[in-house]
Design a protein around this ligand. Sequence first.
Ligand SMILES: Cc1cc2nc3c(=O)[nH]c(=O)nc-3n(C[C@H](O)[C@H](O)[C@H](O)COP(=O)(O)OP(=O)(O)OC[C@H]3O[C@@H](n4cnc5c(N)ncnc54)[C@H](O)[C@@H]3O)c2cc1C
Length: 345
Amino acid sequence: MTVLSTEFTMQRDICLKKHNTLALPARADYFCRVDSLDHLYQAIDYAKQHQLKLIPIGEGSNLVLADDVRGLVIDINLKGIDIQDSRVDRVQVTVAAGENWHHTVESCLRQGLYGLENLALIPGKVGAAPIQNIGAYGVELSDVFTSLSAIEVATGNLVQFNAQDCQFAYRSSIFKQGGLDQYIIVGLCLELSKIPMAHAEYPALKAALKGSDTSPEAVFEAVCRIRREKLPDPAEIPNVGSFFKNPVITVAARDQLLAKYPSMPSYPQSGGLSKIPAAWLIEQCGYKGRRQGNVGVHDKQALVLVNFQGDGTELLALARNIQTDVKVKFGIDLVVEPRIYGDTA
Ligand SMILES: Cc1cc2nc3c(=O)[nH]c(=O)nc-3n(C[C@H](O)[C@H](O)[C@H](O)COP(=O)(O)OP(=O)(O)OC[C@H]3O[C@@H](n4cnc5c(N)ncnc54)[C@H](O)[C@@H]3O)c2cc1C
């Protein structure tokens, strides 16, 4: 892990607008950026001394700041990528939590290390990737994950988690469940292939590739192209990507809905379950492209809520309206995907 030695400074009453991709204007009581493990330990000590809640963040691309944040927000900026090339066909890549995720994907591909291409252009830093087991176009972090290192907040101990410990699931892990707020992730170890291999089976990807070149490089380019066409750039239209998880229901419940809504898309899952695209449900309730005050639903992607200079309260009010209407029409509960801070409603 590279250690960049810059001064460690604690700031107070900081506006977080630039630190979350929804550009929500919340403030943090305390804020610091950590460039080394030493800084991180100093920040944890400071929080302990002042009895502050710790909120580690990356690029804020999966945060909804409903109100001002009471506590110490830590911008994780640990850098470094290390490759352990001990096998003929595979390598272990250790990446520090503050590295940008997409740059890591690009850098690995450039060095002929394969497995991350489908996860190209997901915003955020490496340390946040395990939190919701990021996934896209048929691949999830858990497919390449070996282990992670984290600091346990309560003890200050550096601890290791293997894949099983992380309890990865669809947009979930132990860090969103029993381990919520207990660990600060400092680095990940990923296992990548030296032999070109690609996952090109995901329908939208397959269509974009048109069955021709299915090399990892072609998959990477296709994923970037689709994402740029489909998803609003947070720098232009503030958003956090998918606002809700795609609901997973029983096949029996799906069949009941299909009898009423024959055009409803669904994707089979193991264990007699079926995944329904939340975007379709939201669109059917008339929300696609709808504006509510200073927030709204994107006109090309109904799963993406966008902010036109509104605040977290307005955004969550829109999210609740959507949840209510989807529940009334389809009997399905939509679960919010990003982490909400400061919601008191
Ligand atoms: C346009 C757009 C498209 C997206 N597409 C996808 C997609 O295809 N698939 C997908 O899975 N996600 C997607 N996302 C969501 C988001 O990019 C991911 O969840 C990403 O991993 C968040 O990274 P971040 O650094 O911005 O985390 P943040 O938003 O800063 O933090 C998210 C959560 O992780 C915690 N956290 C952050 N860093 C650490 C750390 N080092 N240790 C412990 N906890 C930490 C925070 O406390 C917070 O609870 C998208 C978002 C946007 C804006």
